[in-house]
Design a protein around this ligand. Structure first.
Ligand code: HEC
Ligand code: HEC
Ligand code: HEC
Length: 432
């Protein structure tokens, strides 16, 4: 009897506390609308400011995420995949009805800095405002000037498919309280000016951590363990703290990869291809700065690429006793003509993160869909093998390469993975 009373009281109490929390959260979540303005004339923005904004927009991949049809740039509709559902990007052209034409500079600044819409509603962090918050006021103003001068397109945003209650925008206030480290960027006085420039670009506009840092159950980046690798759109964005490749990433490797899209460790394909294309407009000094920042993260002491290539190739050329295996024969027939004796500087399978990593996602994507799509960093092509090789063939080749080119064991359940990635790479779960 007393138990029932107690539990009733407890329930009432908890409900009360819950209600207070919800009210407090809603109060904190409330942000005023910022009054609409008449769309500013494109000629009201200084051409230098617009040009600066264009470079920043390119480095921030705004067009990639905000475009679905090339002729309707920035009109939105691209679906960002989260573990909970799709969040569709919005129209950021200056169309007054469906875009941001009636947003003042202050409203745009608040969206970039705090993830709040002009009407006061919270934005979802599928929009990487947790990085853009680091930008300086001047850089945000340049982005605003550029976007206000692109052609206006009519397009109404698609609602997200997040389930209740995750779709409640007001609740994002709680997320921000826990996870948003509001900018602008604070330089680290103990580091060089070049390092700080790199950190500013990486943490801000280039948002490298949005793909390369693991996320917690709330979808926020694990701040204490940056660049440990994450699955994004069915690709692995490799760990950058400990690259899976056995070769060290030197500063020069970073510069070469970010500028040209290829080193002996691999080629930037998929989402990273887009990133490399977006960074192309940045001056060399900025790419050097990003490299200076990242090179400190590659922690374990390892041989440089040249030494690692020599070592790996010597091992793989030794009689492995596997030459008569199915995987070996398939490799020689389908792959060897291109992958044996590759040109200096091009990706070498024996050093490829795709081959060394514990899970075969990127290896399978390269084999199934080939390399050299519009999205990939420019360079020679590899044909897709989707219709030529079945899952068991691809698995045999993959495991043959693992045994001869790396010191890793066979991929677990690789045939299952081949089938899953073939069916729909976007839906492949993250197995760690
Ligand atoms: C990873 C994909 C992605 C990238 C990169 C990205 N955005 Fe977005 N953006 C989104 C999504 C998704 C939304 C919608 C979020 C929502 O509905 O809560 C959005 C919303 C916005 C909004 C709010 C507009 C509105 O009408 O509510 C602005 C402004 C914006 N983005 C500007 C930018 C700019 C500027 C850049 C480049 C510096 C950029 N975005 C890069 C995905 C992206
Ligand atoms: C949109 C998601 C995304 C963003 C943003 C992104 N990356 Fe990547 N990155 C990837 C993916 C996916 C791969 C694997 C690509 C592949 O191998 O085809 C990758 C690969 C890499 C590699 C190769 C590592 C290896 O072991 O082979 C480096 C280096 C790298 N990224 C650095 C960066 C830097 C620096 C930034 C920021 C300037 C950045 N990335 C931003 C998704 C991203
Ligand atoms: C017509 C030539 C050609 C053939 C045939 C070919 N490839 Fe490739 N492959 C390439 C090129 C080019 C790249 C991109 C590397 C570069 O640009 O240096 C590549 C990249 C790859 C990568 C990604 C490497 C990385 O780290 O970025 C993998 C994995 C791969 N190939 C595996 C295979 C396998 C397995 C086969 C046989 C089933 C095969 N390739 C057949 C030309 C080829």
């Amino acid at each position: 009897m007393w138990r029932r009373v107690l539990s009733k009281r407890l329930l009432l109490g908890l409900t009360g506390v819950g209600a207070v929390c919800v009210v407090a959260l809603l109060a904190l979540a409330w942000r005023p609308a910022i009054a609409p303005i008449d769309p500013p004339a494109p000629s009201s923005f200084a051409p230098e400011l617009v040009a600066k904004g264009e470079i920043l927009a390119s480095a921030g991949d705004c067009a990639f995420c905000h475009t679905t049809t090339p002729t309707r740039r920035f009109a939105g509709g691209y679906s960002v995949i989260t573990p909970y559902g799709y969040v569709f990007s919005t129209n950021i052209t200056p169309d007054p009805e469906t875009g941001i034409g009636r947003w003042s500079e202050a409203a745009f600044m608040r969206a970039m800095r705090e993830g709040v819409r002009r009407d006061g509603a919270n934005l979802f962090p599928a929009f990487p405002f947790d990085h853009f918050t680091k930008l300086t006021d001047d850089d945000i103003k340049a982005l605003y000037a550029y976007l206000m001068t692109v052609p206006a397109v009519k397009a109404t945003p698609t609602p997200s498919t997040l389930p209740f209650p995750l779709d409640v925008r007001a609740l994002q206030a709680g997320w921000k309280m826990l996870f948003l480290d509001k900018g602008p960027f604070r330089p680290n006085p103990a580091k060089s000016a070049e390092w700080n420039r790199g950190a500013y670009l990486v943490e801000g506009i280039a948002h490298c951590g949005a793909c390369h840092t693991r996320r917690n159950v709330f979808g926020a980046e694990q701040a204490g363990h940056p660049y440990a690798g994450e699955l994004i759109e069915g690709w692995i964005a490799w760990p950058l703290d400990v690259s899976p490749s056995p070769a060290r990433w030197t500063k020069d490797d970073y510069v070469t990869y970010l500028r040209g899209g290829t080193t002996v460790q691999g080629r930037a394909t998929g989402p990273m291809g887009t990133v490399v294309q977006g960074l192309a407009k940045l001056p060399d000094s900025d790419i050097q700065a990003i490299a200076t920042y990242f090179v400190e993260f590659d922690r374990p002491a390892r041989p440089s690429a040249d030494a690692a290539v020599a070592k790996a190739l010597a091992a793989s050329k030794q009689q492995s006793g596997l030459e008569r295996e199915r995987g070996a024969r398939l490799y020689i027939a389908a792959c060897g003509s291109c992958h044996d004796n590759v040109e200096p500087g091009r990706a070498e399978l024996a050093l490829s993160s795709a081959l060394w990593y514990d899970w075969p996602y990127n290896f399978l994507r390269a084999v199934l869909d080939g390399v050299g799509s519009e999205r990939d960093a420019p360079g020679p092509m590899m044909p897709p093998f989707r219709d030529v090789l079945n899952d068991s063939d691809i698995t045999a080749i993959g495991n043959y390469l693992r045994r001869t080119r790396t010191s890793q064991r066979d991929w677990l359940e690789s045939e299952n993975w081949a089938a899953k990635v073939r069916a729909n790479p976007q839906e492949v779960p993250w197995a760690r």
